[in-house]
Write a protein that binds this ligand. Structure first.
Ligand code: SF4
Ligand code: SF4
Length: 307
């Protein structure tokens, strides 16, 4: 029985591909993008969230922690994350939901059973299942098994990916995927490495292959002021995309702060705490430069309208 690690399953998703979808969030990602809005998806194992605003310092969690990793200052709790073994006893003990584990091991059958609940909505809306993350390609056997089982049930499949994976992984799943949502952030190798922690060559090469292979792909471009909104990156992006075998549409996703508070809940620092959101003018420039490369450009999934 193949199993994998996920941190969420979201039903009735409407921004993760066509129609109404169930999105399965894989845990673990080889990238460490500064702007990641699902930081609980980055590490392969379990994470522990603390929601200070829910804690009334009752002390129940201190009583059950086998590692004596929890302390309180009378207002909230503090976790010594070096001591914590992520057993989850504190989360079970907390009646206020202030502590929560992110990440659980699930079988393919369990995921498919959840996905199958909404087949009627997929059929009515042209939707299906989306495998997202984290990075779904980071658990290739689990992903392949889920795609296979979805296909057997005639459930349409989308993979939402950074594209960073050995080519064999992309090659082996491509024919079981109806639709790819493919993130591109920066074209320059050094800047990409700086922002994501990994090289972009596999990302570009895998996309090049998918395009030649006839895959249906929408590019997703997170627009981040002072990080990737400069003319040089936008022109490089346009040049690269217009050189592919197909002219794939590109959806601009202006940076937002949703997810920033999760870093604090995980005890991590957020590198973009001072990051501005894109000005309307910056979005307009990005649209224009990408359109000049012959691309069909949308913003947040919608045709661009001047803001
Ligand atoms: S059990 Fe929950 S509410 Fe009580 S101290 Fe622990 S985290 Fe806070
Ligand atoms: S997850 Fe387990 S070890 Fe970690 S703080 Fe909670 S009870 Fe303690």
């Amino acid at each position: 029985m193949i199993s994998g690690t996920i941190f969420d399953i979201k039903r009735f998703a409407i921004h993760d591909g066509p129609g109404v979808r169930t999105t399965v969030f894989f845990k673990g990602c080889p990238l460490s993008c500064w702007a990641c809005h699902n930081p609980e998806g980055q590490r392969p194992g379990t994470d522990l969230f603390i929601r200070d605003e829910r804690c009334n310092a009752c002390g129940e969690c201190l009583e059950v922690c086998p590692e004596v990793a929890i302390s309180t200052d009378g207002d909230a709790v503090h976790i010594d994350r070096y001591r914590c073994n992520l057993c989850g006893a504190c989360a079970d003990a907390c009646l206020r939901g202030a502590l929560e584990l992110a990440g659980r091991s699930v079988s393919v059958d369990e995921v498919i059973a959840e996905v199958e609940r909404d087949v009627v909505y997929y059929d009515e809306s042209g939707g299906g299942v989306t495998f997202s993350g984290g990075e779904p390609l980071f658990q290739p056997e689990f992903l392949a098994a889920l795609l296979h089982e979805s296909r057997k049930r005639e459930i349409s499949t989308t993979v939402d990916t950074s594209g960073y994976a050995p080519h064999a992984v992309i090659h082996d799943i491509a024919d079981m995927v109806d639709y790819f949502l493919y993130d591109l952030k920066l074209v320059d190798e050094d800047r990409h490495r700086d922002f994501t922690g990994v090289a972009n060559r596999p990302v570009l090469e895998n996309l090049n292959w998918l395009s030649e292979h006839g895959a249906t792909v929408t590019i997703r471009f997170p627009l981040l002021p002072q990080i990737n909104d400069d003319e040089s990156n936008l022109r490089d992006l346009g040049r690269f995309l217009s050189s592919l075998a197909q002219l794939h549409p590109i959806d601009i996703l202006p940076y937002h702060r949703i997810g920033a508070e999760k870093y604090a809940r995980l005890g991590r620092s957020y590198r973009l705490s001072q990051q501005p959101v894109p000005a309307a003018e910056s979005i307009a420039v990005a649209v224009r430069l990408l359109e000049e490369s012959g691309l069909t450009v949308t913003v947040r999934g919608e045709p661009y309208a001047i803001e």
